[in-house]
Write a protein that binds this ligand. Structure first.
Ligand code: PHE
Ligand code: FE
Length: 297
């Protein structure tokens, strides 16, 4: 977007020593360059989700949205949000152009830096776009960074990512499925009822409704190995959502060393996205209506 704007590229020290400056992917948020339309797209998407999510998203997420003042009008300035993060969980948002190489992304998370795409979708893309933009990254992911347990989980994930990256592509695939079924598409079983915490859901009007209300998908209790051995779909709403009981449960379940788990998972075939196993704790068995039949990722 707008490639003529010069942007300061920052340098970050990494655990693996020298990493070229450009490889961190970090730019300065070009806030003054956002158009009126960009700000209107933010306001429209914000309003839509803010009205939809009470009673659907978990309390921790909604509290984060309020605390950051994400609905104060127009696209938020990362510098303002970073003041709040700095005095709470110590995370920092960094602006990026888009998806980063795995190891760069993990390195940011391992240092409590969350990369956020600085550009926002066009008005004709309100309901769907194929790559993460500012609305997904910021509205979807950032509110939960104020929750201390979730904040620590994200950092642990980054460290785990560096490790999986060093082990090999199969380990990385197992770990990516964990991210997909928790950080992006997770549900949480609260006292008040089933709620959303996944960023891919809360940033999508359609999936915010479908994930909780549709009879099509399975809703299955979270299990570490179950999730890491389950393929997923990137082109449709999910066929299965995994349900945690608490962020503490998620953090504790992912605390062990994954090295032997990766080795064990490598010996067995993966489950299809829509499979229900005898060993599953089933909240809802989907009726599979409207499911695509081509292969999962
Ligand atoms: N415990 C994991 C490992 O040893 C790291 C991890 C923590 C991964 C939390 C994901 C989430 O690899
Ligand atoms: Fe995301």
């Amino acid at each position: 977007m707008n490639s003529t704007t010069p942007r300061r590229v920052e340098h970050h020290q990494t655990d693996r020593g020298y990493v070229p400056v450009y490889a961190t992917g970090v730019v300065e948020q070009p806030w003054a360059d956002y158009s009126r339309t960009d700000h209107e797209v933010w306001d429209t998407l914000y309003k839509r989700q803010r009205e939809l999510l009470p009673g659907r998203a978990c309390q921790e997420f909604l509290a984060g949205v309020e605390r950051f003042g994400l609905g104060d009008g127009g696209i938020p300035k990362f510098a303002d949000l970073n003041k709040v993060l700095g005095t709470t969980t110590g995370w920092e948002l960094v602006a990026v152009e888009g998806l980063l190489p795995d190891e760069v992304f993990f390195d940011h998370l391992a240092h409590r830096r969350f990369p956020v795409s600085w550009w926002i979708r066009k008005p004709e893309q309100l309901d769907y776009l194929s790559e993460p933009d500012l609305f997904h990254d910021l509205f979807g992911h950032v509110p939960l960074l104020l929750n201390p347990v979730f904040a620590d989980y994200m950092q642990a994930y980054g460290r785990g990512g560096m490790k999986a990256f060093a082990i090999g592509p199969e380990a990385l695939m197992n770990l990516t499925r964990l991210y997909w079924y928790t950080v992006e598409f997770g549900l949480i079983n609260t006292k008040e009822g089933m709620r959303i915490y996944g960023a891919g859901i809360v940033s999508s009007k359609g999936e915010s409704i479908y994930s909780l209300d549709s009879p099509s998908p399975n809703r299955i209790g979270f299990g570490l190995e179950r999730v890491m051995s389950t393929r997923y779909r990137i082109d449709t709403y999910q066929q299965t959502y995994f349900v945690i009981d608490s962020f503490e449960q998620l953090f504790e379940a992912t605390r062990p060393d994954f090295t032997p788990i990766y080795a064990a998972l490598g010996e067995q075939p993966a489950h299809a996205a829509g499979d229900v196993l005898d060993s599953d704790r089933v909240f809802t068995r989907g009726n599979r209506e409207g499911w695509a039949t081509n292969a999962d990722t």
